[in-house]
Ligand binder design. Structure first.
Ligand SMILES: [Zn+2]
Length: 103
């Protein structure tokens, strides 16, 4: 099955602690159906003391399940469900709101 969300997409988080936040998809984890979204679902992570300096706490993005994300359509700018369509025999994603194919 083709993925509805891809790296580089802008998505809206629709559930969880980052609900309502929009961000860019930095990474997809296909095996887990999860994505890393820039600035969303931040968790604190301890970084051990190393050559760069003392130990510190950094915030990193934890993966979010794809079902908790909605694609922001690059054509109409609205959060939308993704469908599929064929353009010249090639399967493309499609915005269900404006019916435009999305790369
Ligand atoms: Zn659209």
């Amino acid at each position: 099955m083709a993925f509805k969300i891809k790296r580089g997409d802008t998505v809206l988080v629709i559930s969880g602690k980052s609900k309502g936040l929009t961000g860019k998809v930095l990474k997809i984890i296909p095996k887990k159906n999860r994505a890393i979204v820039e600035g969303a679902n931040l968790v604190k992570k301890h970084v051990k003391r190393g050559p760069e300096g003392p130990g510190t706490i950094r915030e990193i993005e934890a993966p979010i399940h794809i079902s908790n994300l909605k694609l922001i359509c690059p054509k109409c700018g609205k959060p939308t469900r993704v469908g599929f369509t064929f353009v010249e025999g090639e399967k493309k994603r499609m915005c269900k709101k404006c019916k435009q194919p999305i790369d």
